[in-house]
Design a protein around this ligand. Sequence first.
Ligand SMILES: *Cc1c(COP(=O)(O)O)cnc(C)c1O
Length: 369
Amino acid sequence: MPKATETVLEINLTSLEHNYNYLRSRIKATTKFLAVVKAFAYGSDAVKIAEKLAHNGVDYLAVAYANEGVEIRNAGIKIPILVLHPVPANFDVLVQYRLEPSIYSRRMLALFTEHLKETETENYPIHLKFNTGLNRLGFLEDELDLVTDVINESKTVKVASVFSHLAASEDHNEKEFTENQIRRFKKVILRIDQQLGYAPIKHLLNTSGLLNYPEAQFDMVRSGIGIYGFGNDEKYNKHLKPIASLKTIISQIHHLEPNESIGYNRGFTASERKTVATLPIGHADGIGRIYGNQKGFVFIKDTKALILGNTCMDMIMVDVTHINCKEGDEVIVFNEIHTADSLATAADTISYELITGISQRVKRRYIEK
Ligand SMILES: *Cc1c(COP(=O)(O)O)cnc(C)c1O
């Protein structure tokens, strides 16, 4: 692999394929697989990821917002796309690009069927989202009759799927809560086919759900973090490969004398002689201020170098007193070995936040090996 000569996010499409195949191997061959590619495919690149997975036979894609789906459609990808969090302002765009909305409230159902009526559209695919305990988006079970009545009367929509979302599928201490969510979901789907007169796809599990509760896979699973290489558990992480590696270089090396400080607001003051390296990556690239002040770190020559002082917009400074390095050398922020998960954990956050936060300013490079 060529060494980095600037800040770059390397995306390994072969690792993506590996993760997809691993996750598929954990579910029944007949269960459909929806890949969640919202937020630039968790900070990588939604189009590249969608193309690769479509090529590998993924059944469905999901994004959070309509504009994310438009970008995928504009790349010529034709497989169904579920929009998890549509808002009425984008209904025209949704329909224009054949994006399938999650309908999560009676207001949304009324506004969307109204919109379709105006444009004389029939049988448009929608996905009914039920709230089984996350209390974020979704109908309650006791709204089911009202919802299916509206749908049956309207003819404008056809329910492609019925789904819900688990709140704590990665947390073994919340097994009872999760099992209760599964029970609540089963109560909804028990009645739905009969009330609609056809059988939509049923799905509940995210990555940790599919790994920990495969008995609740129903007709489809929805995986995001897993396809990007994180299983939220050591037991599964060893089978998955983080697809993204964030690399940069050393721009300049400074020597601090005792009592000299570094960075804005003098965030770090040396108590002894220190050698520090300045790197061209900062909070505008996605390395937030939470990683500053010796919480976060990078790897230079495979050795950990702590971030000293405050994270700047375009730079961080790291302690290389103990590392034999020079200006221009490659720096690993995270990769398959020094994972985004471990860096995120060190700053009291989660891999999801770190990887989705890598900004569009950082150049993406794709590798297959
Ligand atoms: C983001 C999201 C997922 C993906 O969850 P992972 O933990 O990344 O697998 C699945 N379902 C819904 C509704 C989501 O919002």
